[in-house]
Design a protein. Sequence first.
Length: 183
Amino acid sequence: MVLGYPNALTKKDIPYYAQIIHIADVFDALVTKRHYTTHVNISETLKLLIKDATPSRETVALDVLNSYSKLGKINSKILKVLFKVVIEDTLYEISGVMYYVDYLKEQIKRLNKIQKFEEKMNKAKNQKDKDYYKEYMKLLFVTGENYDNYKQITKEYEQALKEKEDLIRQLQVEIDIIKALKA
């Protein structure tokens, strides 16, 4: 049962938009990382909201409260809509991360090309060929890159790529978990 402050309104008497705002506020409070608490998994948060949407008879001692418990604390229809919104938002986040993954792959490919030219330069017999490969490498560098740091930059891009691919997998798992939830 949702009690509407200050008039002790029940769920059926509380305006629909107020119920939506209530669920959005609870969801935000649970998933937002704050200085005194860590971030909660989205699917775990939704499970907590399902608990509030599902009537519980175990904790109800009085008959009057028992009849109110059948209503649940959160409107399950709104919760189902929240599931859809969270899934769409997560898919949007995945698509943004995928664009970044594509960018990282392009940069790694470019830097690997520089690495191959350096290997050819080191194997070259005459100075003319060495200079050719060195100049070609120079053309592939972007601002802030040079002969001394491009290998470290490659490692950093590879690490970032791994982290972003892991994030995509985690978000896809979250979506699967949310799709399996029943409100």
